[in-house]
Write a protein that binds this ligand. Sequence first.
Ligand SMILES: *[C@@H]1O[C@H](CO)[C@@H](O)[C@H](O)[C@H]1NC(C)=O
Ligand SMILES: *[C@@H]1O[C@H](CO)[C@@H](O)[C@H](O)[C@H]1NC(C)=O
Ligand SMILES: *[C@@H]1O[C@H](CO)[C@@H](O)[C@H](O)[C@H]1NC(C)=O
Length: 401
Amino acid sequence: MRNKILCFGFFFMFLAYLIYVPIPENIEEPWKVRIVDAGMKISSLVAILLENMGLMKFEEFLVILARVQDTRPVSDENITVIDTDFGDIPVRLYLPKRKSQRQRPGIIFIHGGAYALGSFKMLPYDSMNRRTANKLDAVVIALDYRLAPQHPFPAALEDCIFVIKFFLQDKVLEKYGVDPTRICISGDSSGGSLAATANQLLQDDPEYKNKIKAQTLLYPKVQTLDTLTPSYREYEHGPFLSRKVAIRLACLYLTEDKQLPKTVMRNAHVPQESRHLFKFVNWSDFLPEKYKKNRVYTEPIIGKLTESHPGLMDSKISPLLVNDSQLQKLPLTYVLTCEHDILRDDGLIYVTRLRNVGVPITHDHIEDGIHGAILFATEPLYLQVGLRLIDKYIIWLKENL
Ligand SMILES: *[C@@H]1O[C@H](CO)[C@@H](O)[C@H](O)[C@H]1NC(C)=O
Ligand SMILES: *[C@@H]1O[C@H](CO)[C@@H](O)[C@H](O)[C@H]1NC(C)=O
Ligand SMILES: *[C@@H]1O[C@H](CO)[C@@H](O)[C@H](O)[C@H]1NC(C)=O
């Protein structure tokens, strides 16, 4: 009886979300977007409920939902798909079957999921990586780094760097027929953060620097210093990714202590001694006029966390926090940002900073794009905008890698 009442409750909530929650006007396929959005909001409500009932942790329920989408490695007529390990880190390889006279480009893909969820096995990622390999005639390597909270900072980053270095060895590139002058590191969302950070760190290492031709960052998260940028405010409730869920999950990369997400929600997590870093998120300096809407940047409240979380201010979590001379070394860059995204300004600020120091960069801003849309470019809830984002990414690679 109780279960039935709960089910009815959630069903009516779903309906209410579908009908009443406003979605932005320029959105394509509004009803499909409503359904996905309502589904995501209900999922996080269920996750909160389960946690409050003591049945499982918030993130555990979301991990289960993501796992449902896992696929096995299935080869098709064009691409051989293999799951294997580099060291002890799981990777999925996409190797084109057709004969090639010359070596192929190589792409290392790092998935998103706020450091706590997701896998290259998920159908949307599998389908995107397969499409990339096929359309570009490229070797694609997707990797599964260790997830939070079991494996906190910097485990995910260490795994990404390990896989990149492993792949960049001459003998490995040769084995897969990859051209050492045509390699790109890609990632979406928190995977974009990992890709951006890995690129920064590897630029200081001559052995690897010359082998990374490009980086592609799809709606990347590049900072945790300020969670009230104009886009965080405008898209606080989504569509899709809400500020609360994003902060709650991302904080797990540092700690399971519930105090941290609460403090970050108030945007009061930066201590006095890190105040000098606000210059990197001062969007009055970095955002195009139209996004400022006549407002000016004001410094967040200076915080006093009882416990210190060194990673919080570390450029290995927030790649935006490095100085210009470090940014200058970065390779050819592609950044894709979506308008309907709390992380929109993260991407826009990074683009401006890279441009200012002369890094060759292409930026695509998708006016009707939504954060996470590439995860909805497969059946059953196939969104046109998801496929459009993926195609933008592939076209850029085709022309530049
Ligand atoms: C294989 O490649 C051809 C040519 O690009 C394409 O028409 C076909 O749909 C591809 N097959 C699959 C399963 O993707
Ligand atoms: C942000 O940048 C603007 C423009 O350069 C400047 O006037 C303002 O003082 C800066 N704000 C803070 C809080 O640093
Ligand atoms: C930039 O940061 C690096 C690493 O923290 C440091 O070694 C370098 O001196 C800094 N450069 C400038 C111009 O501040």
